[in-house]
Design a protein around this ligand. Structure first.
Ligand code: GDP
Ligand code: IMO
Ligand code: MG
Length: 448
């Protein structure tokens, strides 16, 4: 190995450069795609390190809207290299579709996309297993995206039956093992309740899966690479790296609202392992939060608004899922959970999104405390049933009437909107450096 990768040099360079990470502070869909795209103009490399096609990151450029699932949200900046790290679970069919979708819109990824050879493959049987497990008959119904994320990460932990990007490239070496795994999956999924109709899509058919993988191999092989050494080299050359989280910190497998979570580490905690970089590399972590809270899928949500105010936020904010189209549950911003995810996510600053969506409300609420059976809680309880029983305490602030979607300076916001931003800063204990007032790049107020 060349001395370019020696640890001392890496530490020296990382102190001098400004690598950054963007994480979601809630239950996903906070607006990470917009912020990554916005920041990506200043970075050389954008790296996805967790999750898979459960993510749906929207980037709006003028009248064009892009929904990205596996590709980093830096792909629309032609100078940035996009890297899909080893910690991402890649559905090769979905990735090919996404790449071809961009190509059909004139965006060519040649020479600027790398997929880690260590990234695991989401197989058709993982998606079927996801649906069967989440039917409610197999335990708690989580309301997953049905993209096969949990079963694929579980397979990764089991190891012997897992397939990775490197196996796709050398598919001919995998035929025997793939056949054995397909046969075993047929037995397992049948025992889980899969009948002929649910297996009609060829989810466990060896020949069909092999043919599909072969066609994706032809398209993806040229992008597959050893990304860990490449990223290390990029760091040593002084390149600026931006890490993009999928999902949100409240969906983190260890620190989220288990079991209503996803299957990966979603904050800065996920970066070293999932991207394959030094844990000392990233000092700046932008936590993205809406000016209110949303959640898709099941699970407790103490500040949820079950009345017309929640419906209003959903309609004005167009709160429908980018990946599944499901209506998002909406509620007031929750300063208690934000304090917790600030800590666990390694957040050093906050981007507050959708300030425009709250315009026109008489008053806006912030959840400032949790009470359970007469006790005040310091943090989210481990038991989801306790969390569902929490009584939230709210602080109500005056709303603002004016449309703020054209505001470009913080001082030009209505006084009530400024007061709201400052109160959230106080309660969460982190500076809000960006305030977003619409989906487009230029609808962003930068604060020093
Ligand atoms: P992500 O998964 O965190 O990238 O977020 P999504 O893309 O799933 O959802 C965020 C949605 O809000 C997208 O439709 C964005 O275009 C949109 N959006 C982002 N910021 C703003 C904002 O400040 N105001 C409004 N009205 N929409 C926004
Ligand atoms: P982005 O990156 C919102 C939620 C699902 C479900 C739970 C588990 O767009 O913010 P999974 O399919 O991961 O096993 O589902 O997690 N979920 C998300 N919700 N945005 C996401 O991603 C999500 N990724 C997973 O709705 O409740
Ligand atoms: Mg999303």
């Amino acid at each position: 190995m060349s001395n370019a990768t020696s640890p001392s040099k890496e530490v020296q360079l990382s102190a001098a450069t400004h690598h950054a990470c963007v994480v979601g502070m809630g239950w996903g869909d906070e607006g990470k795609g917009k912020i990554v795209d916005l920041l990506a103009g200043e970075f050389d490399v954008v790296v996805r390190f967790n999750g898979g096609a459960n993510a749906g990151h929207t980037v709006r450029i003028g009248s064009d809207s892009f929904a990205l699932h596996l590709l980093p949200s830096g792909v629309l900046r032609d100078k940035a290299v996009s890297v899909i790290g080893p910690g991402v679970v890649v559905d090769p069919v979905a990735l090919v579709e996404e790449i071809e979708g961009l190509e059909s819109r004139g965006i060519d990824l040649s020479g600027r996309l790398m997929i880690s050879d260590r990234a695991h493959l989401v197989m058709p049987y993982h998606k079927l297993e996801d649906r069967l497990r989440d039917s409610g008959a197999q335990g708690k119904k989580i309301g997953t995206t049905a993209k096969g994320i949990g079963p694929c990460y579980a397979e990764k932990m089991l190891r012997s039956s897992a397939f990775r990007m490197v196996d796709l490239v050398h598919l001919e070496r995998q035929a025997e093992r793939l056949k054995a795994v397909c046969d075993r999956k047929r037995a397992i999924l049948t025992a889980m309740g899969a009948d002929d109709a649910s297996l009609a899509g060829g989810e466990v058919e060896f020949e069909q899966i092999r043919a599909t993988l072969e066609s994706t191999r032809q398209k993806l092989s040229r992008f597959v690479a050893e990304t860990t050494a490449w990223l290390d080299d990029a760091v040593c050359k002084g390149r600026q790296l931006l890490f993009e989280s999928a999902n949100g910190m409240l969906l983190d497998i260890d620190h989220g609202t288990f079991p209503y979570v996803t299957a990966s580490h979603t904050g800065l905690n996920g970066v070293p392992a999932g991207a394959g970089v030094s844990p000392h590399l990233v000092r700046r972590c932008v936590g993205v939060s809406k000016a209110y809270a949303t959640r898709v899928g099941n699970g407790p949500f103490p500040s949820e608004l079950m009345d017309e105010r929640g419906e209003r936020i959903r309609e004005v904010g167009r709160e429908y899922g980018t990946t599944t189209g499901r209506a998002r549950r909406c509620g007031w911003l929750d300063a208690v959970s934000l304090r917790q995810t600030k800590l666990l996510g390694g957040v050093t600053e906050i981007a507050m999104m959708h300030m425009d969506t709250l315009s026109g409300m008489d008053e806006v609420g912030i959840c400032t405390g949790y009470h359970l059976r007469g006790e005040t809680l310091r943090s989210i309880p481990a038991d989801a049933e306790d969390y569902a029983a929490v009584e939230p305490e709210f602080e109500m602030l005056p709303g603002w009437k004016d449309d703020v979607s054209g505001v470009t300076q913080f001082d030009a916001l209505p006084a009530e909107a400024r007061q709201y931003v400052q109160r959230v800063e106080e309660l969460v204990g982190a500076p809000i450096t960006m305030v977003s007032v619409g989906p487009e790049r230029n609808q962003t107020i930068h604060r020093s």
